[in-house]
Design a protein around this ligand. Structure first.
Ligand code: KG4
Ligand code: ZN
Length: 334
């Protein structure tokens, strides 16, 4: 069809998802099956188990996505899959499923970048205006991505060690919260009456890169010290101190980059975009500067196939299709 009816599949980590997207904007369905409960038993994502779980449910999830969308397979214009980055075995399940559908239906296959998906989740909500800047904060990524025009990505900053979500999860683990711990730290920080001051890692003055391992170590050191001295740990104060440090640096760098590049919109994307403290601070800073801030609803911030369909639509418009021997690429660059 003219508008392009894309079936999208996302299996890069621990969510099996399929969606049907029309015209790069309209979500006809977006089915997400999370494996979190399984991985929680191990305190994190176990790659082998993730692949096996994807295999178990992928066919059902795809069928459900088509059914909910009220779309017959022969009506589809293309099949989009996440090519990377992610867990190679997990990616493979989605890619092979997409490939076989593309082959059987004789329609194009579109390999898509996971981060392009997180960014274009915003296009499902609002028209993007260029140049814009995306602050991508998830369990696997922390990046500042400049888009001077549609579909052209330039990473101007990235983490040199842990991703923000990863740092949240490690801190949460040390505080004995279940996986994934980010939301627990967020909630605890919001209740804090005190703030334990922790370092801020700004790196070189002109750098848009990030580093969270020093901050994480400072939190672990504070916990150890309290344990050794037999003192009661101020958990909310520590959570608040950690969160304040993260938010100061992340929003500080994003706002400086937005100013330097004169962007028309700031896009917040990835699972950590759910963080209340981060949303509130960014909203405040953007309002003060008159910079439009886009944050997708929570269901489009965490891993889902609708965002992959939105990003794939850009390639579909340009006729950028992949061969049916598409390889999973765990380190795919944007
Ligand atoms: O984007 P996502 O669903 O998966 C990846 O692609 O990584 O992000 C998941 C990450 C986890 O690390 C989780 O702890 C974090 O997002 N997260 C949060 C919050 N909600 C989810 N971190 C801080 N505050 C939150 N409210
Ligand atoms: Zn993600």
């Amino acid at each position: 069809t003219e508008a392009g009816l894309i079936l999208a599949i996302e299996t890069s980590c621990d969510e099996t998802s399929a969606a049907v997207i029309r015209g790069g904007k309209e979500i006809l369905s977006n089915i997400v099956s999370s494996q979190i409960e399984t991985h929680r038993l191990f305190g994190g994502v176990v790659p082998e188990i993730a692949s096996r779980k994807h295999v178990e449910v992928i066919t059902l999830i795809i069928e459900e996505a088509l059914q909910e969308a009220g779309v017959r397979p022969d009506e589809l214009s293309a099949v989009a899959v996440t090519q990377g980055p992610g867990l190679v075995g997990a990616l493979l399940v989605g890619i092979v499923s997409g490939m076989s559908l593309a082959m059987a239906l004789d329609i194009p296959l579109i390999g898509t970048h996971h981060i392009a998906g997180h960014i274009y989740a915003n296009a499902l909500v609002q028209e993007l205006e260029y140049p814009c800047l995306a602050l991508v904060v998830s369990g696997g990524h922390t990046e500042l991505v400049l888009l001077e025009e549609e579909g052209v990505f330039r990473i101007i900053g990235r983490t040199r060690d842990d991703a923000v979500g990863e740092a949240y999860d490690k801190v949460a683990r040390a505080l004995h919260y279940p996986y994934p711990g980010g939301p627990h730290v967020d909630r605890t920080a919001a209740e804090a009456q005190t703030v334990i001051e922790l370092p801020r890692s700004w790196l070189e003055p002109d750098s848009y890169d990030f580093s969270f391992s020093g901050l994480k170590s400072a939190v672990l050191a504070a916990i150890n010290q309290a344990n050794m001295k037999g003192l009661e740990l101020d958990v909310p104060g520590l959570a608040r101190g950690f969160q304040e440090s993260v938010i100061d640096v992340v929003t500080g760098k994003a706002m400086r980059a937005a100013r330097e590049h004169g962007v028309r919109q700031l896009l917040l994307c990835g699972g950590v975009a759910a963080n209340r403290g981060l949303r509130a601070r960014l909203t405040e800073l953007c309002e003060a500067e008159g910079l439009p801030l886009l944050i997708p609803p929570h269901s489009l911030c965490t891993d889902n196939a609708a965002m992959i369909g939105a990003a794939a639509h850009l390639k579909w418009k340009r006729g950028q299709f992949d061969e049916l021997d598409l390889k999973a690429d765990p380190g795919l660059s944007l």
